[in-house]
Design a protein around this ligand. Structure first.
Ligand SMILES: C=CC1=C(C)c2cc3[nH]c(cc4nc(cc5[nH]c(cc1n2)c(C)c5CCC(=O)O)C(CCC(=O)O)=C4C)c(C)c3C=C
Ligand code: FE2
Ligand code: FE2
Length: 364
């Protein structure tokens, strides 16, 4: 059979609404042997590395996968916890908290699962599990506030690839981004205010976003604009003047030019120009992970302090904070409201005649 179907589904069943929360992915363990397959899957994705395939195959398999796994494993060991990778733990908690909130509001009508674009749990398995549990309407919610081809685009590809094998495609919504949603901006601004309340303010607030090759911007990827808009809106909500904050891009990979200014250069330059205190926030990451805990929390701290800075603070991601879960709940509710009202008006429920016809057919 060409397409995967659900031949034994109950025709009288009232379908539920599935919500699939996703994030990027993480290795199974902070070991070279686990990093190799993870990086191979991740870096083979043409959405992530847009280089002619044959050339990239030789670079990836001949050089990168022989060098990077050991280096990355060492970095992952510094953030790994007893429960595992921070990104995986936070994503699981976010899905659990979202499920609790949606249960309270919709009495089990909305079911939540989570998946990783690379590694485990996979998008294909989570989609199967949601459909096995009766999801016939689906919201895919990648936890990337800003859209980029390597993140949102790639997640869409994985969902579409799974759908291409299915007989019955659910009614479907894809949340491509939420970088300028009022609820998201307020949640980030509140987390900064809370940090200020506990620690006081610094001379500068640096918004650091994951980078991507500059070429992607030149070819039409909106990520750079989305990041700047998030910064501007949060700064406006906090009442900051232009000399009190700036945006920069971190996590460069390879030799090509990436989005500028680079976070590490910016921090060194700030220290060199006499700025003594800085706070760094990362509103492009919905959960703390290697790139925030190690790269921003540790590595860039050293750059700033070594260059003459005196006070450096990292403001954590929203993770499973109440403000974040409130926002995600509102976002999902906004997306599913038409489906819910159709259900409550009975429009989505199977008709008695259809259910009876099916029962009669299977009895025959
Ligand atoms: C090679 C190119 C890469 C692009 C383009 C890219 C874009 C991109 N990534 C994120 C979010 C995350 N990236 C993370 C790790 C990570 N990213 C790359 C490379 C690219 N990312 C690598 C090789 C790695 C692995 C770690 C390493 O070896 O350095 C993570 C953290 C995962 C974790 O397990 O903690 C996140 C999150 C965004 C938002 C983005 C968009 C432009
Ligand atoms: Fe990345
Ligand atoms: Fe990094």
């Amino acid at each position: 059979m060409k397409y995967v179907g659900s031949p034994d589904f109950d025709h009288a069943q009232r379908g539920s609404i599935g919500v699939l929360v996703t994030n990027l992915g993480t290795p199974q363990a902070p070991e070279k042997t686990a990093l190799r397959p993870y990086l191979k899957q991740f870096l083979s994705d043409p959405r992530v590395v847009e280089v002619p395939r044959l050339l990239w195959w030789f670079i990836l398999n001949g050089i990168i996968l022989n060098v990077r796994p050991a280096r990355s494993a060492e970095a992952y060991r510094t953030v790994w916890t007893e429960e595992g990778s921070p990104l995986l733990i936070h994503t699981r908690n976010q899905a659990l908290e979202l499920q609790k909130r949606l249960n309270a509001e919709h009495d089990g009508e909305v079911i939540v699962d989570f998946a990783m674009r690379y590694g485990q749990p996979s998008i294909a398995n989570a989609l199967q599990s949601l459909m096995d549990r009766g999801a016939r309407q689906l919201v895919v919610l990648p936890l990337y506030p800003q859209y980029s081809g390597p993140t949102g685009g790639s997640t869409f590809d994985a969902v579409a690839e799974d759908f291409s094998k299915r007989r019955w495609i659910p009614d479907f919504q894809f949340v491509a981004n939420y970088h300028d949603k009022a609820g998201y901006i307020s949640a980030v601004a509140d987390s900064i205010r809370q940090h200020w309340k506990a620690h006081g303010r610094a001379e500068k607030l640096l918004f650091s976003y994951h980078g991507e090759p500059r070429r992607y911007l030149d070819e039409g990827d909106p990520y750079h604009c989305h990041c700047h808009k998030t910064t501007r809106l949060v700064a406006e909500e906090l009442g900051l003047s232009e000399d009190e904050y700036l945006s920069a891009f971190q996590s460069r990979f390879g030799r090509e030019e990436w989005l500028k200014p680079y976070t590490d250069h910016t921090l060194r330059e700030m220290a060199g120009s006499g700025i003594r205190s800085v706070q760094v926030v990362c509103p492009g990451f919905s959960a703390d992970c290697l790139e925030t805990i190690e790269e921003i929390g540790e590595e860039n701290r050293d750059y700033f302090l070594e260059a003459g800075g005196e006070r450096y603070e990292y403001i954590p991601c929203l993770n499973s904070s109440d403000g974040h879960i409130d926002f995600l709940t509102d976002l999902v509710n906004e997306r599913i409201s038409a489906w819910l009202s159709a259900k409550s008006s009975g429009a989505a429920a199977p008709t008695a005649t259809m259910a009876d016809a099916m029962k009669a057919r299977s009895a025959a």
